[in-house]
Design a protein around this ligand. Structure first.
Ligand code: ZN
Length: 208
């Protein structure tokens, strides 16, 4: 049996099939599988058969606004808008505009007339944000320089340190899913961009 499977946490009372929709591909035809545990132990599942699993992940909602460091989320299961890596730790908000937070109409920050940054997506590192802005034709990003400036502002708020700009990172065209085995994995690219950011903030510190 050829059964590629992601890491799975076995929790009492939780079945694999609660999280996965499975298909058995036989002779080019796809058949849904009701019970993946039974199918996996099925002796008829020969090496020519392939069980594919599609994760039914429930993703967190994307925060509508970035308002302050105190109110910003510390984790998410949404993926990086640029490199698609899992975001380990605090996500960085890619913001595209400013407006009074309409959805917070009954909250104190709205009553105080506070402007909020409109969140377009989340990134694993600030360099991924800059790469996204530079490389993607996103209708929400008309003025790239202005969006980069706003992103530098939110990064500065989150870091408690003023950064006028953010360096760009490794290009996702280096990913192995595009160029094969000579490329980087998504996790490697994410780590490389985090390292670029870390080195950048260390360099800024040296000049202060
Ligand atoms: Zn990323």
């Amino acid at each position: 049996m050829n059964c590629d499977e992601n890491h799975i946490l076995f929790i009492p009372g939780i079945r694999l099939s609660d999280y996965l929709t499975s298909f058995k591909v036989v002779g080019g035809l796809t058949e849904p599988i009701d019970n993946i545990e039974e199918a996996a132990s099925d002796s008829d599942c020969s090496s020519e058969d392939l069980i594919k699993t599609v994760a039914n992940v429930k993703y967190d909602p994307l925060p509508e606004y970035f308002i302050s460091m105190e109110t910003w989320i510390q984790k998410t299961n949404l993926k990086c808008l640029y490199c698609t890596a899992e975001i380990l730790g605090m996500p960085w908000p890619l913001v595209t505009g400013m407006e009074p937070p309409k959805s917070h109409i009954d909250r104190p920050e709205h009553k105080k007339g506070i402007m909020a940054y409109k969140v377009r997506g989340l990134c694993c590192s600030p360099p991924c944000m800059i790469n996204y802005i530079d490389q993607f034709a996103d209708l929400h990003i008309r003025d790239k320089a202005n969006v980069k400036r706003m992103c530098a502002q939110t990064v500065s708020i989150l870091c408690g340190q003023t950064y006028k700009s953010i360096p760009s990172g490794e290009n996702r065209m280096r990913l192995d899913c595009f160029i094969g085995s000579s490329g980087m994995t998504v996790a490697d690219l994410s780590a490389a961009n985090k390292k670029i950011w870390k080195q950048y903030i260390e360099t800024i510190k040296c000049f202060q």
